[in-house]
Design a binder for this molecule. Structure first.
Ligand code: EPU
Length: 349
């Protein structure tokens, strides 16, 4: 396998920002991964696993280690009990191609996750979710290499420890495993999920239940309208998706804020998040802290179509993005007493 040096990383990310990798390897197979990890270990270079680069901010100075791009391909499909069909998918496959393929085979369970950029191997790490579905609902197994022992390990769904935008792979076991393959248990002939308000609105007048393909098309259209679909011609889409997680707060804190905002004439939105908790839309908090859609600051800005996306308007630096992020966080904190957590992965900072 060829290992290159000083490889620019910006073109490998959807934000298009940041410097080079000291070493760079593209793995097409499991032995490639082992070889690259060993190469890094011998040089004392930390390794970073790169998937689709859709949730990543690279520092302007780049990364002084080994970037391992995972390009393993292959989708296997096998019937399981009842209507279940298991798709066992190599980490380097494109997520949205898998969704398209599942729907073409009349398999339900990931249709609301249409149009999400990135690769399959990244999806369990942050438990990708949108429009009322999360991958944790259908993942049956994750196969990974332990970077310390270079041994293979298979995780059950429960062992992945999924939560909102989290799993063991980005919390307790962060940077420990390289994901090779993910298995999804889907339901042939299953009904699409139309639970999210935006989606229900599209089908409000429909006389029959929408098909999986209709839901896929609707989700892609909603994403396009919010510039959350990759489109080289749309500079509002040059982002890492949501830049902040939606904060979850105790009901009592929600009510305090609700009263405070009501006195100013604003109705604070919030969603039940189980066990006396409320999830607040970070986009709303950002807007009401004084950042409007289309806010611009040199080469960086906020998408004109969704307040949660920080965008590169062309030639942005990571430092400019971080400055805007910090500003947003401190103004939201001053206004609401809530510390917004950034959602993307930061590399080289
Ligand atoms: N809102 C605003 N301004 C905006 C957009 C939204 O105030 O410009 C408020 C509104 O109150 C709106 C609420 O935020 O009702 C929710 O907005 P939206 O449906 O767009 O969802 P979101 O909470 O902003 C989350 C995910 C997205 C996912 C959508 C749809 C997070 C951090 N983000 O966004 O995921 O696509 O729901 O399910 O949970 C991502 O993680 O990168 C991502 C794009």
């Amino acid at each position: 396998m060829m290992i290159r040096e000083q490889v620019p990383l910006a073109p490998l990310t959807t934000l298009g920002v940041g410097g080079p990798a000291r070493y760079f390897a593209e793995a097409l197979s499991e032995p490639d991964i082992r070889e690259a990890l060993q190469y890094g270990q011998e040089r004392n270079a930390p390794a970073f696993v790169l998937g689709g680069g859709s949730n990543l901010l690279v520092a302007d100075s780049g990364f002084d280690g080994l970037v391992l791009k995972i390009s393993l391909r292959g989708i296997e499909q096998a019937a399981d009990e009842g209507d279940a069909v298991v798709f066992s998918v190599a980490a380097g496959e494109e997520w949205d191609e898998l969704v398209a393929r599942a729907i073409a085979g009349d398999c339900a369970g990931i249709e609301c996750l249409s149009g999400i950029p990135g690769s399959v191997g990244g999806t369990p790490v942050q438990n990708v979710g949108a429009y009322g579905q999360e991958v944790s609902e259908t993942i049956s197994e994750v196969e990974a290499i332990d970077r310390l022992s270079l041994q293979l390990r298979t995780f059950t769904n429960a062992e992945c420890g999924f939560g909102y935008r989290t799993s063991i792979f980005n919390t307790t076991e962060r940077d420990r495993y390289v994901i090779l393959r993910v298995s999804f248990s889907l339901r042939r002939g299953g009904r699409p999920r139309v639970r999210y308000a935006d989606l229900q609105r599209v089908f409000a007048d429909a006389s029959a239940e929408p098909t999986l393909s209709a839901v896929r098309a609707a989700v892609r259209e909603i994403r396009r309208s919010k510039a959350m679909l990759i489109d080289p011609g749309d500079d509002d889409a040059r982002s890492a998706g949501s830049f902040f997680k939606n904060p979850v707060v105790p009901q009592s804190q929600f009510e305090e804020l609700e009263t405070k905002m009501l006195s100013r004439g604003f109705v604070l939105p919030g969603y039940a998040a189980g066990d006396g908790l409320r999830k607040l839309p970070a986009a709303w908090l950002v807007e009401h802290a004084g950042f409007a859609k289309g806010h611009n600051r040199g080469a960086v800005g906020i998408s004109r179509r969704h307040t949660l996306a920080i965008v590169n308007r062309g030639g942005a630096t990571a430092a400019e993005i971080i400055a805007l992020k910090n500003d947003i966080q401190s103004r939201v904190c001053a206004e609401f007493g809530i510390e917004l957590q950034a959602e993307p992965v930061f590399l080289g900072f």
